[in-house]
Design a binder for this molecule. Structure first.
Ligand code: BES
Ligand code: ZN
Ligand code: ZN
Length: 477
């Protein structure tokens, strides 16, 4: 589906269907008010009413804020894709509303039909935005065109991530993730380094290796780098890439194992972010480093009671093999800090079910030592259409992951605050000079959904992509 900007008043643009967003108050003075009322349309938020004989599709909104328009646009596009129309057109609402409308269209129209024997293609081919606003004023075409180009890059990168996440564990193995990264590096002119188990051993990444030991699919470290000339900053993004998390010998229950193909969402997100960064040609050096591993059971699998030595030399007592993401990240964070001198270090991981308990299923948990930095991320999330919530560290929680046997234990001694204790575990693998430059994002809830919400349909959401590009673009100003 193409999204285009047309420098013409709305009524001169040729399209099969016109979309209008309106509040309950605006409905009162609508030319089709009577007909709409007869149809039971009250302009409730995301309520949709087609007037096919007028080639009109109306959608209610609570207000003209970005958040309302973004999800209303997604609802509209889903409905329109069920009709036989090939094109639809709409006006602008405000300069700041254009990006959310584009996101609504591109993210809302996403369908994953890879595994359907008979996919059902929609007739809808084009979404045409006029430069004219719904109040009749005309907005600056050049400015709108820039917004369109940038937003399309970001929204398509989000869909790229969704498609990676949605693939089955047998299709998207660690090796296939590495191959995908290699393909991306060629099309987007990125540097790409892959470490196989031998390379991991040479690097002393024994925690990551141990997690992957029970699997038929050997672990892979993926390091993509985007290096423009004279970058303003160097930023490293680390992603948890568990292509499947069965729990290992601390096996998950049958119900909680389903959906665990999404445990690679952090790794997929950093690949999507670097894809967009390179297409936007941002003036910052970005590294995306993924620990791609499968956590399985076998005679050779790592065990509760094992003690692992991580890359930075610290020893870890394993008491639960299902707390595997933090073990992989311990090594990948170590690798990231050894190989790259970064201004910032961010990690993205579907790390804990506890994060969902704390914040609900839509919100990314934000953790770290730097208060201002965390606040900046919450702001970036909000303006990009992602929910973020800060989960605070404290020194008492830190004591819960002490080990009598090794330097640190991979699980907490108490069953509460699990998202924070997981982040405090990661803190053991952050060098002293990086403490204030590091933020951890727990995307366990936000990365995947089994029921549609906002701009998301069933499956991967691409969590982390939009908020990170918002934050990264802010660094280039
Ligand atoms: N991948 C899971 C976390 C997860 C759970 C992500 C649900 C998305 C949805 C992680 O590896 C895990 O299993 N964590 C355990 C930690 C526990 C053993 C301390 C958890 O959350 O139960
Ligand atoms: Zn796990
Ligand atoms: Zn996991």
């Amino acid at each position: 589906m193409n999204v285009k900007l047309v420098n013409q008043p709305l009524n001169l643009i040729e399209a099969d269907l016109t979309v209008e967003f309106l509040t309950a108050q605006q409905l009162e003075s609508h030319p089709h008010h009577k007909l709409l009322t007869l149809a039971g349309f009250k302009a409730d938020s995301e309520q949709i009413c087609p007037l096919h004989e007028h080639r009109l599709l109306l959608c209610g909104i609570a207000d003209e804020e970005s958040e309302s328009l973004r999800s209303a646009m997604a609802a509209v596009i889903r409905t329109a894709m069920g009709y036989g129309y090939e094109s639809l057109k709409l006006a602008q609402y405000s300069e700041t509303a254009f990006a959310p409308l584009i996101e609504g269209a591109v993210l809302g129209s996403y369908k994953f039909e890879f595994y359907k024997s008979a996919p059902k293609p929609s007739a809808l081919r084009e979404v045409l935005f006029s430069t004219e606003s719904s109040d009749g004023s005309v907005l600056d075409e050049t400015l709108l065109q820039t917004v369109l180009t940038q937003t399309l890059i970001i929204a398509k990168a989000t869909n790229f991530v969704r498609t990676l996440v949605n693939q089955t564990p047998d299709d998207m193995t660690p090796l296939r993730m590495a191959m995908t990264a290699d393909t991306l590096s060629k099309s987007n002119n990125l540097e790409c380094t892959i470490l196989d188990p031998n390379g991991l051993e040479d690097e002393g990444m024994l925690a990551m290796l141990s997690v992957g030991r029970g699997s038929a699919h050997p672990p892979q470290l993926i390091h993509l780098a985007y290096k423009p000339e004279n970058p303003k900053k160097v930023i490293t993004l680390v992603g948890k890439g568990l292509t499947y998390d069965s729990g290992g010998l601390s096996l998950k229950g049958a119900a909680s194992m389903v959906t665990m193909k999404m445990d690679k969402a952090g790794g997929c997100a950093v690949m999507g972010i670097i894809k967009a960064v390179s297409e936007l040609k941002l003036d910052i050096e970005v590294h995306a480093i993924v620990g791609a591993v499968e956590n399985m059971i076998s005679g050779n699998a790592y065990k509760p009671d094992d003690v692992l030595r991580a890359k930075n030399g610290k020893t870890i007592e394993v008491r639960n093999t299902d707390a595997e993401g933090r073990l992989v990240l311990a090594d990948v964070l170590g690798y990231a800090q050894e190989k790259v001198k970064s201004d910032y270090l961010f990690d993205y991981a579907t790390l804990t079910g506890a994060c969902m308990v704390a914040l609900g299923p839509y919100t990314t948990g934000v953790m770290g030592h730097n208060e201002a930095l965390k606040q900046a991320w919450v702001k970036a999330g909000a303006s990009a259409g992602e929910y973020c919530g800060i989960l605070p560290f404290n020194r008492h929680l830190k004591k819960l992951i002490k080990s009598d046997l090794a330097d640190v234990c991979n699980v907490s001694s108490k069953p509460y605050g699990g998202a924070i204790t997981a982040a405090l575990f990661l803190d053991n693998f952050i060098d002293e000079d990086m403490k204030d430059k590091w933020v951890h994002f727990d995307i366990a809830g936000s990365a995947y959904t089994e029921s549609a919400w906002d701009v998301h349909t069933y499956g991967g959401t691409g969590a982390g992509v939009r908020m990170s590009l918002n934050w990264l673009m802010e660094q280039c100003k």
